[in-house]
Design a protein around this ligand. Structure first.
Ligand code: ZN
Length: 187
């Protein structure tokens, strides 16, 4: 068990395009160790998702897990899942979701990001088995946020600039119903 430090905005690893995991690296001790570190660190940070670059390993891996977190009230419980070399495809006619996002690598800050609200994610797990799942609404936002990490992109790059806000100010000045908005008519 190892809880790793989480890299913060400004660390160059967060800006690298992460490398795919090779098939021969699945089920190795090194990958198993990375997955354990990711899961331990995610749980210690009370987060719903964490990517390998955020703990300094520039490879295309992310883990997700959620209980009924008040931070993402519409996410619902998510069983522990491991996504290796994930790729997403957005549905052709997708609504959009605008959600105030936060990030362990940008502590204290939130900002509204507009993204497609309906996508399919495909990846392999640590045994090389193909996994596929559809995500909608805020869950689709979270998936895209995590995939961005694998391409060196942070939510502050995508946030509507004037919505950037510290958590306390967000809670004070932005009513809850404006923190997550789904537009059915645009894509
Ligand atoms: Zn993040």
């Amino acid at each position: 068990m190892a809880v790793k430090p989480i890299l913060r905005l400004g660390h160059p690893v967060l800006r690298q395009v992460a490398k795919p995991v090779k098939p021969e690296d699945l089920e190795t001790v090194e990958l198993q160790q990375l997955l354990e570190d990711l899961i331990d660190t995610m749980r210690a940070a009370h987060s719903t998702g964490l990517t390998a670059p955020q703990i300094g390993s520039s490879c295309r891996v992310y883990v997700a897990e959620a209980d009924d977190s008040p931070r993402y009230p519409n996410l619902g419980p998510v069983p522990l899942s491991i996504w290796i070399n994930p790729e997403m495809s957005v549905f052709p006619v997708s609504p959009t979701v605008t959600m105030y996002e936060g990030c362990l690598s940008v502590p204290g800050l939130r900002g509204a990001v507009t993204r497609p609200a309906h996508l399919r994610l495909r990846a392999v797990n640590e045994h090389g088995q193909v996994m596929e799942q559809e995500f909608q609404g805020s869950a689709a936002s979270v998936v895209q946020h995590e995939l961005d990490h694998l391409d060196g992109v942070l939510f502050v790059d995508r946030a509507h600039p004037q919505t950037l806000s510290f958590v306390e100010e967000l809670e004070q000045f932005v009513p809850p119903e404006e923190r997550l908005v789904i537009h059915e008519d645009a894509h």
